[in-house]
Write a protein that binds this ligand. Structure first.
Ligand SMILES: Cc1ncc(COP(=O)(O)O)c(C=O)c1O
Length: 276
């Protein structure tokens, strides 16, 4: 991804090459910051209101002041325009600001989309299970993602593309930056939000789309064995959208019709009918 545009709340657009944070910003010093990653389709951020609501909920969990929602919405519009790409990645960051200042920092970043997503969708992800001990902030989208990235690194060391996070009791939770789904015949199953995982905006969209695609949905607590026996497994997230899995720990998984139909449906919701 290439950074195309940056906007600092209260300052305005700044060059992507210019420094925007002080060295004692607590977001940097201690990871006391929250963020959102949003897919931009045809110049419009997908479900911006849901992302802003989640930013507010994450901020409350981490003990940050309430984000400036109107400021973020206006800055997002300006930054997307400045980025100059109709299809892009939009990130919102809200940090607690300089140490002791009590003045939060808001940043909006627009980047190009990662390359190769459609190829990856056609090939399917190789997933590696990684044991996961959720922290007390699980479910908040804080920038303290070093553990999530370490899980991806471990999956990559094992020749895979991404991690499937499994709790110490064998319960499947999510992936480091996605929610997880599996299919048994015409039922789609996904870990419940009562578990320590993030309430994905894409997950919510897929819950809406599933009945029209002909699937019933069950949210619950599922053991890894059940996922390994599934007819189809896929991840959902804002940037990678609906991304099928082709294997888990080297055991092949069929790419299936549900992921394909839901990816099409998601593009339809985003105003991109026929694509996906
Ligand atoms: C831990 C985690 N789970 C799930 C998701 C998917 O959320 P969304 O669909 O809102 O992108 C993300 C997104 O980054 C995430 O970080």
């Amino acid at each position: 991804m290439t950074l195309l545009a940056v906007h600092r709340l209260g300052v305005g657009g700044v060059s992507p090459d210019a420094p925007v944070l002080h060295a004692d910003d607590e977001g940097f010093l201690r990871g006391r910051a929250v963020f959102e990653t949003i897919r931009v389709y045809g110049g419009s951020p997908f479900r911006l209101d849901a992302h802003l609501a989640r930013l507010g909920a994450s901020a409350a969990r981490v003990g940050l002041p309430e984000p400036d929602v109107a400021g973020f919405a206006a800055a997002a519009t300006e930054a997307i325009e400045a980025g100059g790409q109709a299809d892009a990645t939009l990130r919102l960051l809200w940090t607690s600001g300089r140490e002791g200042s009590g003045a939060p920092t808001g940043l909006v970043l627009v980047s190009s989309l990662p390359v190769g997503l459609d190829d990856l969708r056609a090939r399917g992800l190789r997933l590696a299970t990684v044991q996961w001990f959720p922290g007390t902030l699980a479910g908040a989208k804080s920038t303290s993602y070093a553990e999530n990235m370490a899980a991806v690194d471990e999956a990559m060391r094992r020749g895979c593309d991404d991690a499937l996070l499994v709790g110490p009791d064998g319960t499947v939770l999510e992936a480091p930056t996605s929610n997880v789904w599996f299919r048994e015949d015409d039922r789609l199953l996904t870990p419940s939000l009562a578990l320590p995982l993030l309430a994905g905006v894409t997950r919510a969209a897929v819950l809406e789309l599933a009945p029209e695609a002909g699937y019933e949905v069950e949210e619950g607590t599922f053991e890894l064995e059940r996922v390994l026996d599934a007819d189809e497994v896929f991840l959902t997230s804002s940037v990678r959208e609906v991304m099928p899995a082709a294997s888990i720990d080297g055991q092949p998984v069929e790419l299936g019709p549900a992921a394909e139909a839901l990816q099409r449906g998601l593009r339809g919701l985003a105003g991109y009918p026929g694509q996906g």
